[in-house]
Design a protein around this ligand. Structure first.
Ligand code: ATP
Ligand code: MG
Length: 192
């Protein structure tokens, strides 16, 4: 029976980039949730407003458990709602964070519309992925990396350190865009 490492974070924070680097370095298998939902048609409806498929969790969760079960080693599960993986299978959860200003740029370069960008950047400001991961796995299991000023390789090297050594300095709860933007009088820009 395998174990899972969770890579979560708002869209554009670099989950897929990090996961493929870790998979290469640590010889782990990756489950990308959106791809799995797409390929195995594990969705219940299509949200045309947001141009996304809504995952059918009643089918998706047992399927992930099956894939982890079948694996011999550690499986990376990546996606912005990767906290759906049952906690008894999870060794460590890493949430990637990115300053809203930079995140907007990364989302724009994915060609996303204004509404989708605005909703996702608001979720990042509120720390939704961290909140969900903490609720699912507890504070001893959840770590955060601020990728804003890091290269892709630097992010991967910190992630490896977290997986191997679980350093205190990356424990979740230290990143707070809300107060940073408020102090810079920039919060209104994102919640108008
Ligand atoms: N650590 C990093 N530092 C700077 N840029 C990065 C970093 N990681 C990824 N990027 C860049 O940010 C963009 C988004 O990365 P990626 O597609 O991996 O994000 P994602 O979290 O998987 O997004 P999605 O949820 O939409 O799948 C890419 O252009 C990538 O090159
Ligand atoms: Mg991705």
């Amino acid at each position: 029976m395998g174990r899972a490492i969770i890579i979560s974070g708002s869209p554009g924070t670099g989950k897929s980039t990090l996961s493929s680097k870790l998979a290469n370095d640590l010889k782990m298998e990756v489950i990308n949730l959106s791809k799995l939902v797409e390929v195995e048609e594990l969705f219940s409806e299509i949200d045309t407003d947001r141009d996304t498929k809504v995952a059918d969790l009643d089918r998706l969760i047992p399927r992930i458990v099956e894939l982890i079960d079948r694996s011999e080693g550690v499986v990376i599960v990546e996606g912005h709602y990767a906290d759906i993986v049952p906690s008894n299978l999870v060794d460590v959860a890493i949430v990637l964070r990115t300053h809203p200003k930079i995140l907007v740029k990364r989302m724009e370069s994915k060609g996303w519309g204004e509404k989708k960008i605005s909703e996702n950047v608001q979720a990042e400001i509120l720390g939704s992925c961290t909140f969900n991961a903490l609720e699912a796995y507890g504070k001893d299991t959840v770590y955060e990396i601020d990728t804003t000023n890091l290269s892709e390789d630097e992010t991967a090297s910190i992630a490896r350190e977290i997986i191997q050594e679980k350093p205190e300095e990356y424990k979740a709860g230290r990143i707070n865009w809300l107060s940073l933007l408020e102090a810079d009088k920039e919060l209104d820009k994102y919640f108008s």
